[in-house]
Design a protein around this ligand. Sequence first.
Ligand code: NAD
Length: 477
Amino acid sequence: MLNYQSYLEQLTESADGSYPLINPHTKEEIERISECSDEQMKQAINQANQAFETLRRMTAHERSQILDRASEVVHHYKEFFAETIAKEAGKPLKYALGEVDRTVETLKFSAIEARKLEGESIPLDAAPNGAGRDAYTIFEPIGVVGAITPFNFPLNLVVHKVGPAIAAGNTIIVKPAEKTPLSSILLREALIEAGLPELALIVITGDGPRLGKVLLDSEQIKKVTFTGSPEVGRTIKSQAGLKKVTLELGNNSALYIDHSQEQRLEDIAQQAVTGSFSYNGQVCISTQRIYVHQKIADPFIQLFKKKTKELIYGNPLDSTTDISNLIDETSQNRLLEWIAEAKELGASVVTGGKSYEGGLEPTVLVNVSPEAKIYKEEAFGPVVIVNTVQDGEEALESMNHSQYGLNAGIFTNDMKQALQFGHKLNVGQVLINDLPTLRFDHMPYGGRKNSGYGYEGVKYAIQEMVNRKMISLNYSF
Ligand code: NAD
């Protein structure tokens, strides 16, 4: 039986103390979590560096088998993983189960990619003096990877770093979000049960800025992979020196619904409710800014309002729950202020807008000024804006009017319009006839502007965790 208790106890031995892990919905204490010391982090880095010698000697076949078996272990303990996510992140069970399913897939994709790390042959005789040589490239693991992860997908976003690191033959240290460390510890247990050497993946819990600095200061850490807020991303990049860095940051995802969608409005409204309010909008690609063509704006807003009001508030562990409390009260208060500011700037509330118990009502705002924070910043909560536009051109301009550039979506039957949006949207991923809240775990995934630096998506994450080496063979003498 997998458990996190024994690892938590192990961390306690040399920790600087501990803090309570609180269920964001019930406010009950779940566990006490070690505030790991700087020394613990340094020791973990040394241990992971030693374990790297073992990992780099493993064959791709062996690493792939471990990842495949880990996928089976996670699948086997699916309910336990999901309940752990529901408790520590306050994520409704239906979404927590979905996250575990995706984790199973991410591990499988990692197992596949471990077997496919292929180089290329280089025609050196293409250069004037290059005759008589063959050349090819291989990929080598880089060493110890440092991963810093957010609270909102405490399992799958950790495995998006761990799976590729192991597939490439690296070892990895995970510094999970303070509020959600348990899922990453369980993931570690699953990988060890699957045959991963114990010190190839070490989870160190505690304060982000302090422990992050120890990771970033270490010469033994060859790569830092971070998912989280743009502010922290900037700090990490400025401290990373010559280390490789990947940053997966925030977004205020935009969607355009063209007038050609009149017959599909019911379906699109239902999808948009899911895209806007899954896990209370605490998703980096949550649908936040919806632009609707003027011809269909009124019926869309009515359908969207009706379906939003049907969402069920409750305990995350209840399988019928759609909406629960936000991760903390700071987030709730911030959003209430942003809603008030948007109203002052001319917006109207279609539904929601108020707090209740520890939650925030799923909120739909219309006619929101581009000057409002809820338009400009990342909401990361259950608030979505719906603005009416004259045509696709206005929509495109408004969608690009953002400091972010991760995902964007468009629903249209007009092929030319779809292709134009595909080319002109200044984002990493364009989803045509889907929400911007769509991600499959093997697709390339990365942001522009304040949304990120580098790529994830298993194969693409691996490419950023290896060193390319070229070998040339001279047979001209
Ligand atoms: P956060 O930036 O507050 O924290 C993320 C991690 O960084 C935590 O582990 C934290 O302890 C650590 N940290 C904090 N300060 C640090 C510092 N100075 N140095 C090193 N580490 C530090 O983010 P969060 O609130 O946990 O997550 C929400 C954010 O994550 C949102 O902006 C969201 O859009 C983003 N996110 C992005 C993606 C993506 O794939 N692009 C996915 C999920 C979440």
